[in-house]
Design a protein around this ligand. Sequence first.
Ligand code: SAH
Length: 277
Amino acid sequence: MQLFNFNFNRGSVWLVGAGPGDPGLLTLLAYESIKKADVIFYDALLNEQILSLAKPNAQLIYVGKRGNKKSINQLEINKLLINEAKKNKRVLRLKGGDPFIFGRGGEEALSLKLSNIPFKIVPGTTAGIAGLAYAGIPATHRDFNTSITFISAYGAGGEKPETIDWTSFCKTSQLIVIYMGLERINWVCSELIKRGRDKHENIAIISNATKQNQKILISTLVNCSKNFDKNAIDSPALLVIGKNVLLSPILNWYSTNKRNISFLKQNKKINEQYNIV
Ligand code: SAH
């Protein structure tokens, strides 16, 4: 029985989301396309174990950022996708999470469209959904929220996203999930307080969500920078703000049981006070 349509044609490009880490979260389309691709362009967020599914002669090309090294820019990536498709290959652009959530998938799709290259978009589970589930934080819970807001802490040019109307979403967003926020966590917390969030509101930092080294740290907006050394928290990480966070210590089913507390600032009292779930 054929459950779904799978036609990865030569000369086409698939933009595929691989989820945030756990290979078990790959969709069937993602799984089959990785096995079938002739060339795979992947970036830094991808759990590289997933690449072991590729066929032995597939070309695996890293196009992400690593450390401070000069990285390939978006226009160059677009061009590579087009060129490889024109060589009549099955081209896979494999991304962490979902390609259309802060993943530049829209830019790549537009450039393929403009070059008349056939393409397909395969959604993946975004970190802001899967990461919450693996941290025991229901994205919605009827007692707490009927909405959820995804925000990027980086604007298109890397700047702080001053264009966001912080005041109005602080007022209306019941659960806020911030991508790319770890580097700017102090700024994010003070901005949220300045724009009207309760300074004692809970914030969870979910680092390496759904991976074997997942870590969840919980604090409050006002204490966060006091408690945690952001440089000791591994990237990638999500920031989650809202009442739903309170459920994490209860519902956290994916505990990795590694009590590494190097991210705590040297303060005995804090160590005693904060549960690391
Ligand atoms: N397209 C991706 C997001 C890319 S933006 C998606 O849909 O998930 C990159 C940001 O995503 C990171 O800075 C981090 O905030 C978040 N992120 C991605 N994978 C993550 C993971 N495994 N754990 C925690 N955060 C993650």
